[in-house]
Write a protein that binds this ligand. Structure first.
Ligand code: ZN
Length: 343
């Protein structure tokens, strides 16, 4: 089978790998689509993401959907063979203080597909077959096809960020960054009842995708005279992963408002307007991955055909490097999917 392995900065290879054999409690999934995520792009372009560095070759990919092929043992509970599934990428430990506290997404000993956060790295899902714990499988609701379901993981990230913001119904929400995650935050905020969502980005092409996702106001981040700049917002979600985005959020959120940092900032320290946090009593909260939001995401996708408009391209896995280049070019693409079946 083919898999898409990162060997180091700029060294992405599509290689022949042995087909995995599922162990007890595991299912073998024939992967159909894998969404290329910003973190996959960071491993490719920079050899790491945030403070996580590559230290050995790693199969990329954690936005994975496919069909169940077989189970490692016949008594394993799970969807029937042949069922279309989305794969929840996280396996929290279940016993650490965070897991006990219901915050499994920040489990200190979690395993997450295609992540270098721990060593040995957890191999990812950009492979034609992947063995995963059966409890990570989610059958697709009726009416949801595999292609749109590939957005379940990034939409879960967005839903979690909005949940971290607290109630947004009737409120004005600012989203800085109109990449795939920013666009999905727009959709999540609107689904949660936000009255108005304003999105900022440097690129008009990216802002057009935010519009597809339901944004009310689009603002060019590099144009101080843009008429769309709000005087003040109730909630801000930073989805660009650059310090300038966080600065914008802190300056525009109302006194006592909430800013959620979702974008992974560059490695090390980032400057930010800390005194605004003090003098305006801004609540600055992090948002990392997700937990049960995965099921909410599948339901939201089922009811939302407009999500298809965020998928820019589906590229055969053999052309993974060109798919990555396309996904990295935000003037040309929003979400790019690898097609693992078309090899
Ligand atoms: Zn844990």
């Amino acid at each position: 089978m083919l898999g898409c392995v990162i060997h180091g900065q700029g060294d992405l290879r599509v290689e022949e790998l042995p087909r995995p054999v599922p162990g007890p409690g595991q299912a073998l999934v024939a992967v159909r689509y894998g969404g290329v995520c910003g973190s996959d792009l960071h491993y490719w372009r920079h050899g790491g993401v945030g403070d996580f560095r590559l230290r050995e070759p790693m199969l990329l990919g954690h936005e994975v959907v496919g069909t169940v092929v077989e189970y490692g043992s016949p008594d394993t509970p799970g969807p029937a063979v042949g069922t279309s599934v989305a794969v929840h990428p996280a396996t929290p430990c279940g016993v650490c203080p965070e897991c006990a506290d219901g915050r499994r997404n920040v489990c200190r000993d979690t395993r997450y597909l295609g992540s270098a956060a721990r060593f040995p790295h957890v191999q990812g899902g950009f492979a034609q077959f992947r063995a995963v714990p059966a409890e990570q499988l989610r059958p697709l609701p009726g009416g949801l096809d595999l292609r749109r379901a590939a957005l379940a993981e990034p939409l879960s990230v967005a839903l979690h960020a909005v949940r971290r913001a607290g109630p947004v119904a009737g409120r004005h929400v600012l989203v800085t960054g109109a990449g795939p995650i920013g666009c999905l935050v727009v959709a999540a905020a609107k689904a949660a009842g936000a009255d108005r969502v304003t999105v900022t980005d440097l690129l008009p092409e990216a802002l057009r995708y935010a519009s597809v996702a339901g944004a009310d106001t689009l603002v060019r981040a590099d144009d101080p005279s843009d008429a769309g700049w709000p005087a003040e917002v109730d909630v801000a979600v930073e989805a660009s992963g650059v310090a300038a985005g966080l600065d914008t959020c802190l300056r525009l959120v109302r006194r006592g408002g909430v800013v959620v940092q979702l974008g992974m900032l560059p490695p090390g320290q980032s400057p930010f307007a800390g005194n605004l946090v003090v003098s305006r009593e801004i609540e600055l909260r992090g948002a990392f991955r997700f937990d049960t939001e995965f099921d909410d995401a599948l339901a939201l996708l089922t009811a939302g055909p407009s999500f298809d408009g965020l998928i820019s391209a589906v590229v055969p896995v053999r052309a993974a490097e060109s798919a990555f280049a396309l996904a990295a070019d935000r003037a040309r693409a929003c979400k790019v999917l690898l097609d693992l079946s078309d090899a």
